[in-house]
Write a protein that binds this ligand. Sequence first.
Ligand SMILES: [Zn+2]
Length: 183
Amino acid sequence: MEKNSFLHLGDHPILDFCNTVICHGEDIEDRLNGPKDAESFVNEFFSIKSKVDSKTFGSLIELRSLLRRYFYFILGLQETDPAIELNSWFAEHPLILSISNSHVPEFTAKNSPIFFANMISSLNSFLSNLDEKRLKKCANPNCSHLFYDISKNNKRQWCSMNSCGNIMKARAFYARRKGVNKK
Ligand SMILES: [Zn+2]
């Protein structure tokens, strides 16, 4: 697979996990098309080389779909709270805490590959420290990307200035010009 095929724009690996589904209007592109893509993703975002079988891949896609719904729910963009479904996903993938020789506590996933533990642990710290005002969806209505605004003034609007930022600014510019011409 090509390098750099995953977007790094969410400012958190959990959000960029959600951003592996790219919806631009009616077009939906999925960058996780099979176990090999999932292996590349966990290697790139969680620095873990792990084999992914088709069952694990299925669970991963299920988690992504639940998380996307969950974040959209937090953002007020979806009505139903998928917490119950999310909790049953967690119950199916229990974690075990262990302390290694270097006395560093570490989670492993029971009956699941190690990267599930890393992802759940990353999700846990993300949600525990979440400032909901900083969780955002790109302001381009046709774009589905989620990001965490780490800017000082919390004014970030776009997933990326190069794509949506410029599109929306151009749109606003033409809309203004149209308005001027009408006068
Ligand atoms: Zn966007």
